[in-house]
Design a protein around this ligand. Structure first.
Ligand SMILES: O=P(O)(O)OC[C@H]1O[C@H](O)[C@H](O)[C@@H](O)[C@@H]1O
Length: 541
């Protein structure tokens, strides 16, 4: 199917016209109970409440037309069936399939990409077998004791998703099990994790799709050295998750190795072994399956061509309305759940690395805006920090609230007639309405302009199933937006230049240190900067 440029869509022209007079949320009576009931869509346990967005029926109809005209569902189905969606026509590129959905298409009799799903099942079986052995006491430490902590070493997609998920679901951890994470090459990151860690009772899983990432390989060596210092055999404590055939694909160095495949992008890899090993270890295999089922059911919910009935598609199109037609450059993700504290950081990578692009899938410069800046922190904390700007600042920030009717743990308390969970949810809903509605006041400093678009995602409880659904909801929102903008959401060329320059600089430092016999920290940052500027002056990197 030929891809259409965003600006050539007739629905885009219509939306531009509609954007001249968007729905006024601040008008008395605009946010009626009827509107709140009408602008609601549900899937996989989530209700999406979007009455507080600046849209109405004509806008929704035009967004539907945009989805149809751009062939968003056709592109999504082609992705699921294994079309090489990761490519730029006529240019050197990864030219790969995009099959993260295959890693959870485990529950259907006829998976869309049978080979990829068969591989996912094979790796899951390996994991199940491994976890059974740990549980049965067949895998133990040198002293015959059980292993309770898993330290995941990885960065980017090999860290952010698994870390966010692990934190989100720690309330469901098996007794005596926990996960920790090391990502940064900053030695203080590893040192902080190592302090207070009983290495005897720990496993270390090194996760790198490429098996070549500087930070991860450095931290792997750091962990091997720490194990050796503690008199432990790294081969009894280290696991690996990597691409088949990568430099890390050497089973003799690890207690167990699991594979991920080149058709799963790092930032979309949380439902592959990249996330599964740690989640399976801490939560148990059944909870891991529930998480994957949540993602799979959202994958199916994303197939409906009716935008009012397809949560990921609707979320994507509301984002496009805010970004391209109302002109807002950022989007705040505000979970009213402390367990989701790292989820905005995961979405930051998933969204900004996917849709932070300026060329089309034909290699032409785009003439429309692409991905917004994604950021966020949990509420209610954020209310006491940056919400001032959201209510009264000159920059309008569309917000996405995520909340739950029930807490994960049983510890709650009644104070002044309400529970803490009620206070949390009440604050979220109050913020949503306050941003949208605003408030008049004779005192200009106390005036709230309103018309600050936002939406609310509400579910019963943050369970493994619900987390899987939430993850997939955002993954598909990102893909649908990329399809609309006719960009390749699945490569990340923009991260290369910095890596190349850092490598040159490290080479320069190592050579200089060798020449002068200095300690490894011999070259100062100032000298290094001057040297790099000199190198850049001579030749283009
Ligand atoms: O899993 P790895 O190959 O170690 O890659 C880790 C990360 O590094 C890269 O710089 C990419 O920008 C990320 O997309 C990737 O997730």
């Amino acid at each position: 199917m030929p891809y259409k440029d965003f600006s050539s869509l007739s629905a885009a022209t219509r939306l531009l016209e509609l954007a001249r007079k968007p729905f006024d949320l601040s008008r008395a009576g605009a946010l009626s109970p009827q509107r709140i009931r009408d602008y609601r869509s549900s899937a996989c346990g989530f209700d999406l409440l979007y009455a507080t967005e600046r849209l109405d029926e004509p806008v929704l109809d035009a967004l539907q037309a945009l989805a149809d005209e751009a062939g968003l569902i056709e592109q999504f189905m082609a992705m699921k069936r294994g079309a090489p969606m990761n490519r730029i026509e006529g240019y050197a590129c990864e030219n790969r399939q995009v099959l993260h959905t295959a890693s959870r298409d485990l529950f259907s009799a006829q998976p869309y990409a049978p080979e990829a799903t068969a591989r996912a099942k094979r790796e899951l079986e390996k994991l199940r077998h491994f976890l059974d052995k740990v549980a049965a006491g067949d895998i133990v430490n040198e002293r015959g004791e059980s292993l309770g902590t898993l330290v995941q070493v990885g960065i980017g997609g090999s860290d952010l998703g698994p870390r966010a998920l692990s934190q989100a679901l720690s309330a469901f951890a098996l007794p005596g099990r926990e996960a920790r994470f090391i990502a940064n090459v900053d030695p203080d990151d590893a040192a902080a994790v190592l302090s207070g860690l009983d290495l005897n009772r720990s496993l270390v899983v090194v996760v790198s799709k490429s098996g070549t990432t500087l930070e991860t390989l450095t931290n792997e060596e750091l962990m091997r050295a720490a194990l050796a210092r503690a008199g432990l055999d790294p081969a009894r404590h280290m696991l690996a998750v990597t691409g088949e055939g990568s430099p890390m694909d050497d089973s003799s160095r690890y207690l167990a190795s699991f594979y991920m495949y080149d058709y799963i992008g790092g930032r979309y890899s949380a439902t592959s072994m990249v996330g599964a090993v740690t989640l399976g270890f801490t939560l148990g295999f059944e909870a891991l399956l529930a998480f994957l089922r949540g993602a799979w059911e959202m994958d199916l919910a994303a197939e409906s061509p009716d935008i009012r009935n397809n949560l990921p598609l609707l979320l994507a199109l509301i984002g496009i309305w805010n970004r391209n037609f109302l002109g807002y450059p950022s989007c705040a993700i505000l979970p009213y759940s402390q367990a989701l504290a790292r989820f905005p950081a995961h979405l930051q990578q998933c969204d900004m690395e996917s849709n932070g692009k300026s060329v089309t899938r034909q290699g032409n410069m785009v003439t429309w805006q692409t991905g917004p800046v994604i950021w966020g922190e949990p509420g209610t904390n954020g209310q006491h920090a940056f919400y001032q700007l959201m209510h009264q600042g000159t920059e309008i920030v569309p917000a996405e609230f995520i909340g739950f009717r029930r807490s994960q743990r049983d510890l709650d308390i009644m104070v002044s007639g309400t529970t803490s969970q009620q206070k949390l949810v009440a604050n979220m809903l109050a913020q949503s309405l306050a941003l949208a509605r605003g408030r008049d006041d004779d005192n200009p400093a106390r005036r709230f302009p309103g018309n600050r678009p936002n939406l609310v995602l509400l579910a019963d409880q943050l369970t493994p199933y619900q987390m899987g659904a939430l993850l997939a909801l955002y993954e598909h929102r990102i893909a649908f937006q990329g399809f609309s903008w006719n960009i390749n959401s699945f490569d990340q060329e923009g991260v290369q230049l910095g890596k190349v320059l850092a490598k040159k600089l490290l080479q320069h430092m190592a050579e200089g240190d060798a020449r002068s016999g200095n300690s490894p920290a011999g070259t100062s940052p100032e000298e290094a900067l001057l040297a790099l500027a000199g190198m850049l002056g001579r030749d283009r990197p």
